[in-house]
Design a protein around this ligand. Structure first.
Ligand code: RP5
Length: 160
């Protein structure tokens, strides 16, 4: 299976990305985590994205807060799918990062999840990797069935 990468703009973002690490561990998806900033270490961020395909990555996740250019800066350097997580890091509670991440100029896509949406970012990455891995596709399908059962049970309980 190809690898996933979770790239964060700062170590202060680590806590908000934990759900993504948990998803990758639960599904047995090989992944790396890194801290590269679009602003503070632009050369390292660019080099990572430029080499990602040849290093065996299939999808990149970028989480950043405030003027969050990280996902776009990575996407500019690779044609691998890039998923952006806008993080609530500053006084605008993620609205700044949301607009920065989601409003990519035409031609350089970033698939943006909700503010602090680390879990969905990792699940979307898993779905992308499952295109080439039937075992992973089955695990994702099983998780959906489990989720359905949980909700149906909750409804049953509500009926008393
Ligand atoms: C962004 O600025 C980072 O992604 C982080 O969310 C925010 C604040 O970073 P620190 O000043 O805490 O390092 O680049």
């Amino acid at each position: 299976m190809k690898k996933a990468a979770v790239i964060l703009g700062s170590d202060s973002d680590l806590k908000l990305a934990e759900d993504a690490f948990s998803v990758f561990e639960a599904y047995g998806i090989p992944y790396e985590k890194h801290i590269f900033s679009a602003h503070r270490t632009p050369d390292e961020a660019a080099a990572f994205a430029s080499q990602a395909r040849e290093k065996g990555f299939g999808v990149l996740i970028a989480g950043a807060g405030m003027a969050a250019h990280l996902a776009g800066a990575l996407a500019a350097r690779t044609t691998l799918p890039v998923i952006g997580i806008p993080l609530a890091a500053g006084p605008f509670q993620g609205m700044d990062a949301l607009f920065s991440t989601v409003q990519m100029p035409s031609g350089i896509p970033v698939a943006t999840v909700g503010v602090n949406g680390a879990k969905n970012a990792a699940l979307l990455a898993a779905e992308i990797l499952s295109l080439e891995d039937d075992g992973l596709a089955q695990k994702l399908q099983d998780a959906r069935a489990e989720m359905r059962n949980t909700v149906l049970l909750e409804d049953q309980k509500l009926q008393g």
